[in-house]
Design a protein around this ligand. Structure first.
Ligand code: SF4
Ligand code: SF4
Length: 448
């Protein structure tokens, strides 16, 4: 059972190169200060669905008292990987790393054809290939626009194929145009203050094309020359969260090369989940002599778009105030993984007429969690419902956030609940203010 791995001894129960490490596991002193930060613990009240309980199970496997078996794995599977526990932990337990490594242990031992097929398809063939992702999105767009969707729903044929009807109902709306700018360089408006590389990635350009275009406009408006390197692709975070460490590393290598070769000063992500993974590149490649130094540089260059813009600071839009009541959902991978909460609020405060109304538990996960939305539908739905209830209590007409998964999840929840609420990215709000500014005659806007 014991296995030698990269110079370390990994003991009973864990196998292979990516296993939870002793020094990380035993930092947990079981104090329980993370419990009430954990959404799955709050929902269930069960120790086994808490960070402390999940770490105890990892220790049990590490010590050879348990195996990576269904009674253990089901509790790791129900973890959203939101990392709220990591932010709450006074002992510095790197929970995000531990659960990723536990997922890597589960992957080769997965049972059942459907799970293996989905992993093979998504991690091995779709996410690594921007071309295939575009093709799938194109087919889905055609399905949604052509009337085929209405026919399929009317005949209820998908109800005959297991959970396919639910999966189809939760597809994001693909009516918006995709962002097709890889390989392009967008000039700064005015003098060039920064040369930035923009992550296009996998999901953002297909599901949230207009937000990516807004990101380019806001950056160029603030003196940035924006490069969108052609050879980039998915950052690898979904593979890594799903336990496909080698696949995730291969994708991360491609992006490290693409952005370093672009010669930019900063790498910007408008997706909090991707940015969190990219910032953590040094750890991912710490024992890879060919990439360790490059990964460290790449991670240090990466910033979330809200973090970067707020640090400039952003040029305030000179437009008429337009009343807008907004509530903000802190994306887990921005607030917990990257510890950024002030920057998006600072940007929204710059929008004339925007009133920010905080919802209760704005930093609690909305239940998106990458593929969690698909694999743990019940828990994901529960969290989504509570989140929408708390957002509705603010009376806001708009929910702003900073991650594509949250945007899809909240839009789906609003659609299901029949709520008249718009879901958007923080940069969409800033971009709209700048565009209103353009509508003011130059003679009126000059000197404001
Ligand atoms: S993860 Fe941290 S906060 Fe949670 S029980 Fe362990 S030491 Fe305490
Ligand atoms: S990552 Fe989130 S869901 Fe998982 S144990 Fe930590 S707080 Fe709970």
């Amino acid at each position: 059972m014991a296995t030698g791995v990269r110079g370390k001894v990994i003991v009973a129960g864990f196998i292979g190169a990516d296993a939870p490490q002793e020094e990380d596991l035993y930092r947990c002193v079981h104090c329980g200060l993370c419990l009430n930060a954990c959404p799955t613990y709050v929902e269930t009240g069960l120790e086994t669905e808490s960070p402390r309980g999940r770490i105890a199970l990892m220790k049990a496997v590490f010590e050879g008292r348990a195996g990576v078996e269904p009674g253990v794995v089901e509790h790791w599977d129900l973890c959203i990987q939101c990392r709220a526990c990591e932010a709450a932990c006074p002992s510095g337990v790197p929970y995000g790393r531990l659960i990723e490594q536990a997922q890597a242990q589960m992957r080769p031992r997965r049972r059942g054809l459907p799970g293996r097929f989905v992993a093979w398809l998504a991690y091995g063939h779709l996410l690594p290939s921007p071309g295939r992702m575009r093709a799938i999105a194109g087919l889905l767009r055609l399905y949604q626009r052509s009337g085929l969707r209405a026919l399929v729903r009317a005949t209820r044929v998908l109800r005959l194929v297991g959970p396919l009807a639910e999966a189809e109902a939760s597809l994001p709306d693909l009516s918006q145009p995709a962002f097709r700018a890889t390989g392009q360089v967008f000039p700064a408006r005015g003098a060039v203050r920064h040369r930035v590389g923009l992550l296009s990635g996998c999901v953002m350009p297909l599901f949230h094309g207009p937000t990516m275009e807004a990101a380019v406009r806001v950056l160029t408006r603030n003196g940035c020359e924006v490069h969108v390197p052609a050879s980039q692709g998915c950052c690898g975070s979904l593979n890594l969260h799903g336990g496909d460490m080698d696949g995730g590393r291969a994708m991360a290598r491609r992006n490290i090369d693409a952005f370093l070769e672009a010669g930019v000063d900063v790498v910007i992500s408008a997706s909090a989940g991707c940015g969190a993974t990219m910032k953590d590149s040094a750890h991912l490649f710490h024992d890879d002599p060919a990439y360790a130094a490059k990964a460290e540089r790449f991670g240090a260059m990466t910033q979330d778009i809200t973090e970067f813009l707020a640090s400039l600071p952003v040029d305030p839009p000179r437009c008429e105030a337009e009343p807008l009541r907004v509530t903000y959902q802190d994306s887990c991978h921005l607030v917990h993984a990257q510890r950024i909460s002030a920057a998006p609020r600072t940007l929204m405060a710059a929008v004339p007429g925007l009133e920010l109304v905080e919802m209760a538990h704005s930093d609690r996960c909305c239940g998106a969690g990458g593929s969690f939305q698909l694999t743990q539908r019940e828990m994901s739905g529960q969290l989504r419902t509570h989140k929408l209830e708390e957002a509705a209590e603010t009376g806001a007409e708009t929910i702003a956030t900073a991650n594509p998964g949250c945007m899809v999840q909240l839009s789906l929840g609003a659609r299901e609940a029949g709520l008249q609420v718009r879901v958007c990215h923080v940069v969409d709000l800033l971009d709209e203010a700048y565009r209103r500014e353009a509508a003011i005659p130059a003679s009126q806007s000059a000197g404001r």
